[in-house]
Design a protein around this ligand. Structure first.
Ligand SMILES: NC(=O)c1ccc[n+]([C@@H]2O[C@H](COP(=O)([O-])OP(=O)(O)OC[C@H]3O[C@@H](n4cnc5c(N)ncnc54)[C@H](OP(=O)(O)O)[C@@H]3O)[C@@H](O)[C@H]2O)c1
Length: 358
């Protein structure tokens, strides 16, 4: 199952709205087939592994990181394909919470005489599938917030200079993290100040994540980098109902999608924004700031994972804070995160945190 999970992770960031599943077929002590969900979400991992195994699948054990599907979509159900191939036993890590599956895949297999073992490596699988699980259960994608900051928690100097606080190794890691997410998200202030491209660079010809900007009034120049490159990799502008019509037309002309979202006290309503991204099929979103936007996501308790990249320089209280005001009176009201891992990275440090949820 560990091997199947590792295979499944290869699909992270490129299979949405589907889950990134891995499958290993074993027969006679040998691996006879391996598969993972292909870019775009199809074919499914089981289909790929069965095709590789051919007749060797008869009597084999299939290790699958998520319950095989049981519904007829664009392809026949994977549970049926496993049965038809003569697989003797299926071991799964998680039950698929998608209401169209939700135990029916397991049931179909058992009804056909296939032995089924469930919940193997369930905790690890829940972590890998967290984006898909969040979209199905909460209707929104998993949200990871990256903060690249000085030791005193600043993301820019008083004049707004922010490139570069962390070193090249940390920046390369950011590109890798973009690659494993369906979308990269920033606030309009960052789009205005940095004119970023938000693409994955340095990893060859890869599927680019969707680039999303939260810009209530669409006050981001469509002639900037995002507008100029909207035909090469997707750009979505999330805006409020009061965005000027002329600006909307200008952005649409670049090839970007404009998505209307309800407004809140500090801009777009953060829960509505995330719900909209979930409805569009995104399962994993990587937010890169800036401080005002990060604060509104934290205030709404929407940040599931935090990646703090800390560089060895101090920028002082007049620098721009990594997270804007949260207006907290009591420590108990602050969202608390559990440390998963820290790593030194060529002079910077990286720490990964997960939100404690009841
Ligand atoms: N070191 C780093 O890693 C890093 C990363 C990112 C940014 N930065 C720096 O941070 C600075 C930009 O940060 P910032 O805090 O000024 O801007 P920001 O947080 O990127 O964007 C704030 C803007 O986003 C829009 N917005 C839409 N919905 C919002 C919501 N719910 N809450 C808050 N804002 C919302 C608003 O603009 P509209 O009213 O126009 O919609 C708001 O003014 C730049 O200097 C940039 O270089 C550094």
């Amino acid at each position: 199952m560990g091997h199947a999970l590792a295979l499944g992770r290869r699909g992270l960031g490129r299979v949405w709205p589907n889950p990134a599943v891995g499958c290993v077929l074993m027969a006679g002590g040998r691996v006879v087939g391996r598969g993972w969900t292909r870019p775009g979400g199809r074919p499914h991992a089981e289909t790929v592994a069965l095709a590789q195994a051919g007749p060797a699948a008869r009597g084999a054990t299939a290790y699958v990181t998520l319950e095989p599907c049981a519904h007829h979509g664009r392809t026949p159900p994977c549970a049926d394909a496993l049965i038809a191939a003569g697989v003797a036993r299926v071991v799964t890590a998680l039950t698929d919470p998608d209401p169209r599956v939700a135990g029916r895949g397991h049931g179909r297999l058992r009804a056909a005489g296939v032995a089924v073992d469930q919940d193997v490596c369930a905790a690890a699988a829940a972590r890998d599938h967290a984006g898909f699980l969040s979209r199905v259960a909460a209707g929104r994608p998993l949200l990871t917030l990256k903060l690249a900051m000085s030791v005193d928690g600043r993301i820019a100097t008083a004049t707004g200079e922010s490139q570069w606080i962390t070193g090249p190794a940390a920046r390369r890691r950011v590109h890798l993290m973009r690659l494993t997410h369906d979308a990269v998200l920033v606030g309009a202030g960052t789009a205005r100040a940095d004119d970023p491209s938000l693409t994955v660079r340095g990893f060859g010809d890869v599927a680019q994540p969707v680039r999303v900007v939260a810009a209530r009034t669409l006050d981001v120049d469509p002639r900037g980098t995002l507008g100029r490159t909207a035909g090469e990799a997707p750009v979505w502008l999330c805006h409020g109902s009061d965005a000027p019509a002329a600006r909307l037309v200008e952005w649409q002309a670049t090839g970007a999608r404009c998505l209307e979202v309800a407004s809140g006290p500090t801009g777009l309503a953060a829960p509505a924004l995330l719900a909209r991204l979930g409805a569009e099929g995104l399962t994993r979103v990587f937010c890169e700031g800036g401080g005002q936007f990060a604060a509104s996501l934290l205030a709404a308790d929407l940040v599931d994972r935090l990646v703090a990249m800390t560089a060895g320089l101090a920028l002082g209280a007049d620098g721009l804070t990594a997270v804007g005001p949260l207006h907290l009176d009591r420590l108990a009201d602050a969202p608390r995160y559990t440390l998963d891992q820290t790593e030194p990275l060529a002079g910077d440090t990286l720490s990964h945190w997960t939100r404690d949820r009841p």
